[in-house]
Design a protein around this ligand. Structure first.
Ligand SMILES: [Ca+2]
Ligand SMILES: [Ca+2]
Length: 495
């Protein structure tokens, strides 16, 4: 549990660092007591709250400002007297919204507007058609979408009417679903407006740890009126909660190097005046304390007794709270780990998509630009694989082709072995020599023919004898064919 608490501290630190680091260095901070109130002695004996004015059904006590009590249709507000003299600020609100019902109404509103709103207006106890910022802690689910209690910010230019029927869902700048009713400890909201960024951190009051904030929203490029008034209001409806504000702490924020120098160098008269103011307050306070003691002599003792001893039920309650906050810590730790896992997954996915697009982004040394390493891309891998497949197929085709050729050659060879006439011989030396041999033979024949014309030949065949021989042969052939036709005719007759 100790570990979890440390982790939580670290988380809050990181969030606050993250918020401030976006604008470079952390801003200079100055507590603005004239725009703040806090217990003890929040309200003075006459009921006034220094630097503030309240009205409607609001009641200020030493411990808190009850803006709207848990009665039907109550409205109340408290507004600061002076407009802000600084551009950027952070307001820490510590409040309690509590009631007996499982659901309550209507809610609480924080305001930063160009002019003060009313003390019994229609928007959570103050005026509609405001110019500036309204941050609403809306308890009651008017549009029945089961999304309340809800925290939202609406920036208005003085023309928009708040849409109660839809719980302002169409008008909101940003928001988050958070339960802020009936918490064991006071709930807190830290609203920061710095360099046109509006951030809301929320503490749900489940633990007593003042650092237990988580982020509700952060919006950039928000323009709010200069020299606005801070205010806070609340209202009840048919259902009613107590709406108590314990602390309203304003801090002005200055970008580094822009802290107003006159603010630091207070003139001697002003210093004296402020010192006198302080002494007056101190005196007033002592007087009030003395008066209270005189009026309630027994309360001192009782107060001491009550705070020193713990009743059975108080102890039980405290133990329950402790157990619950431990459970809460464990849950929070689990949530954080889950977030971490989701983050890693997203990172992995983005890396994979980067591989798909080509190149892996590798985080370089701190302070360096990330380096893009040109690695093989997915398409390239696919192309290489395709090429390989094509090559493989072609190789197979070539193999089958070679096989076919081989078998054909085999068959030709075997045919040749059986029938040597079909021998295929290359046009080599043998053929040429054969040709020359034939040419020589023809030449000698020609010579012989020439010589026959000149030399007398007793054994040579004369033309008349040759013709006679041909005629005899023709007659024999004719007779034979006649004989054969006759024979065939006889054979046909027999059949
Ligand atoms: Ca509502
Ligand atoms: Ca709703």
């Amino acid at each position: 549990m100790k570990m979890a608490a440390e982790v939580r501290w670290l988380l809050v630190f990181l969030v606050s660092c993250g918020v401030s680091s976006c604008h470079g260095e952390a801003p200079h901070r100055k507590f603005e007591y004239k725009y703040s109130f806090k217990p003890p002695y929040l309200a003075q004996k006459d009921g006034s709250v220094p630097f503030w004015e309240y009205g409607g059904n609001a009641i200020a006590s030493a411990e808190n400002v009850r803006l709207a009590p848990s009665l039907r249709s109550q409205k109340g507000a408290i507004w600061v007297k002076q407009p802000a003299t600084f551009d950027w600020w952070e307001v820490e609100l510590v409040f309690r919204i509590s009631g007996r019902g499982r659901i309550g109404a209507d809610g609480l509103a924080f305001w930063y507007t160009s002019s003060k709103g009313s003390y019994n207006g229609s928007v959570f106890g103050s005026s509609d058609l405001w110019t500036g910022l309204g941050v609403f802690f809306d308890s009651f689910d008017n549009d029945n979408k089961h999304n309340n209690p809800y925290i939202m910010a609406i920036v208005n230019d003085g023309t928009k009417e708040f849409d109660h029927t839809s719980d302002g869902s169409s008008q909101q700048l940003a928001g988050c679903l958070r339960d802020f009713r009936n918490k064991p400890f006071a709930t807190r909201a830290r609203i920061e407006y710095y360099m046109n960024s509006l951030t809301l951190l929320f503490h749900n009051g489940m633990t007593n740890n003042e650092q237990d904030y988580d982020i509700c929203f952060r919006v950039d490029n928000v323009v709010l009126p200069k020299n606005g008034y801070f205010g806070i209001s609340a209202a009840t409806g048919g259902l009613a909660d107590d709406h108590d504000v314990l602390y309203f702490l304003t801090t002005s924020l200055y970008p580094p190097g822009q802290l107003p120098m006159d603010g630091n160098k207070v003139s001697v008269e002003e210093q004296a005046k402020l010192h006198q103011e302080y002494l007056d307050y101190q005196k007033k306070l002592d007087e009030q304390k003395e008066e209270y003691r005189r009026e309630h002599p027994e309360s001192q003792k009782n107060e001491f007794d009550e705070t020193f001893y713990e009743t059975e039920s108080q102890r039980e309650l405290r133990q329950i709270f402790n157990g619950q906050s431990q459970m809460f810590d464990a849950l929070r730790e689990l949530h954080r780990k889950l977030d971490e896992i989701v983050g890693r997954q997203e990172r992995t996915l983005s890396l994979i998509s980067q591989v798909g697009q080509g190149g892996v982004q590798v985080a370089g040394q701190p302070g360096q630009q990330p380096v893009l390493i040109d690695t093989i891309r997915r398409q390239e891998v696919d192309a290489v694989l395709n090429n390989q497949n094509v090559i493989l197929n072609t190789a197979r085709e070539i193999k089958t082709f070679v096989g076919e050729v081989h078998s054909k050659t085999e068959s030709i060879l075997s045919n040749q072995a059986r029938a040597p006439t079909a021998q295929v011989q290359p046009m080599g030396y043998d053929y040429q020599s054969f040709m020359t041999e034939m040419r020589d033979g023809l030449n000698t024949l020609k010579k012989d023919v020439k010589t026959t014309g000149n030399v007398d030949c007793p054994n040579c065949l004369t033309t008349s004898i040759f013709l006679l021989f041909v005629a005899v042969q023709m007659i024999i052939l004719l007779v034979y064919s006649l004989y054969r036709d006759n024979k065939e005719a006889q054979m046909k007759k027999l059949y």
